[in-house]
Structures are given as structure tokens and as C-alpha cells.
Design a protein around this ligand. Structure first.
Ligand SMILES: Cc1cc2nc3c(=O)[nH]c(=O)nc-3n(C[C@H](O)[C@H](O)[C@H](O)COP(=O)(O)O)c2cc1C
Length: 220
């Protein structure tokens, strides 16, 4: 598929088949993603790909942490409160997601249960944590975002779906311990990936995009 076809046909995947990606495919994809550009070629991403029993063990630690009622304690500043059009679009994305699952807006319990699936990696066979040196702050975050999108497109080219997850940066303590991260390394966000389950209702969630003239200012 062309990049255009990949981009226009993609959507986040949150329901997966129980079928791991072959090691050689994994290595090729992550090797190709290394070609992503970065500011001054600093390549600040550190990518932790977790599969199998290790992934299940980390998921259990994360779910325990989240369910303990502790507030999120991210390594980087994720505290934006969306306003205006951004808030409308945030509602639109939540409504696509919960609508696909048949969850009513006021059903907080069902929404909470759906939210917990973030830390179960939505049942995916693989999870990725993107970490970087904390001092890099926004400069590193730009590079990691670009890297993650390269990765997402390379995965899509192989028929592999993914969901990028800010949620995976919200409770870094278990991740830090599990991966033996140094104090200077922060968890920015993560991603779950694997072969999409075509029958999963959650994969029917589709979001829209604003029109070209709202987003792009052509100056000539
Ligand atoms: C940086 C980033 C963080 C995200 N965090 C989450 C998340 O924590 N949980 C989730 O289910 N989706 C998450 N998403 C997916 C977005 O909700 C999704 O990309 C958006 O609603 C557009 O829908 P689409 O990807 O299906 O086109 C995230 C996406 C990005 C780019």
C-alpha cells in the first residue's frame, strides 16, 4: 500500500488476535523505524518492546497500580485541559470509542472498565514504551512522536494495527522498576500492537478530521 492508502485507511486498533508478530518481522520494522528524523539527529528515543509473559507481568503490575487509586504521576507534563474546538474533538473521540462499545455517556463504571484496558494493552501480544532522558522535555517529545508515527506506518504496512497510548505514560513507577530505568530516563508514552481482530466491536470506532481549510493555511 502507498503511504496515502495506509494513512487514509488506518485507525487505532484496540482489539487484537492472539497471534504474536514473528521475530524477524519485528526486527525489520524496528530497524526501519530507526531511519526516523530527529532534531540534530539526536535520536533520543529508547524503545522497549515487551511481549509474552513479561508483557503480562508488567500489565498486572500496572493494573494494580492504577486500581490502587493513586493519582497519575507522569514523568512529563501531560496536564493539558483541552479547550474550545480541542475539547469538542476530545468529546468526539471518546464518543466514537464508547459508542462502538455501546457504553452510555453517564455509565461511569463501564467507562472506567474500558479505560483499564489501556493497561492490559487491549489484549495485544506486544506493548512498547517510549522513554527518553527527562531533560529533553518538549524537544525529545517532538522526536519521539515522529518516531512513533514512523513505527505505526511500518506496522500498518505489514497489516499490524496499533494504538498509541498516553495512558502508558501516566503511571511510570512500575515501568521504571520493571525495565530498570535510570533516574534520568522518563516514560513519555506507549503503544500496543498486533494483528487486528476484525470482529472486535472496539475496532469499529472511527474518528473524523476537520476540513483542510480549518487546518492548513496555504500562503502564496
Ligand atoms: C499521543 C497519543 C496518545 C494517545 N493516547 C491514547 C490512550 O491513552 N488510549 C487510547 O485508547 N487511545 C489513545 N490515543 C489514540 C487517539 O485517541 C486516536 O488516535 C484519535 O482519537 C484518532 O483516532 P484514530 O487513531 O482511530 O484515527 C492516543 C493517540 C496519540 C497520538
Amino acid at each position: 500500500m502507498s503511504v496515502r492508502q495506509l494513512l487514509t485507511s488506518r485507525s487505532s486498533t484496540r482489539g487484537f488476535l492472539d497471534k504474536p508478530v514473528a521475530d524477524e518481522v519485528l526486527h525489520q520494522i524496528f530497524s526501519d523505524a530507526q531511519q526516523s528524523p530527529s532534531n540534530c539527529n539526536t535520536q533520543p528515543w529508547k524503545t522497549h518492546v515487551i511481549s509474552g509473559e513479561k508483557k503480562d507481568a508488567l500489565s498486572a503490575l500496572l493494573v494494580t497500580e492504577v486500581m490502587s487509586g493513586k493519582p497519575p504521576s507522569p514523568d512529563f507534563d501531560w496536564t493539558v485541559s483541552y479547550q474550545g474546538d480541542h475539547r469538542e474533538r476530545q468529546f468526539g473521540s471518546a464518543s466514537a470509542l464508547y459508542g462502538a462499545l455501546g457504553i452510555e455517556r453517564q455509565d461511569k463504571q463501564a467507562r472506567g472498565a474500558a479505560m483499564i484496558k489501556n493497561w492490559q494493552f487491549f489484549g495485544a501480544p506486544h506493548a512498547v514504551f517510549f522513554t527518553m532522558e527527562k531533560y529533553l522535555n518538549i524537544m525529545g517529545a517532538v522526536d519521539l512522536g515522529i518516531y512513533a508515527q514512523s513505527l505505526a506506518l511500518l506496522l500498518a504496512e505489514q497489516g499490524i494495527g496499533c494504538c498509541m497510548q498516553g495512558a502508558l505514560g501516566q503511571f511510570p513507577a512500575p515501568v521504571r522498576e520493571f525495565l530498570s530505568l535510570s533516574d534520568s530516563e522518563g516514560v513519555l508514552f506507549g503503544m500496543s500492537f498486533g494483528y487486528p481482530d476484525p470482529d472486535a466491536a472496539i475496532n469499529q470506532a472511527k474518528t473524523d478530521r476537520v476540513s483542510l481549510d480549518t487546518a492548513v493555511n496555504f500562503v502564496a
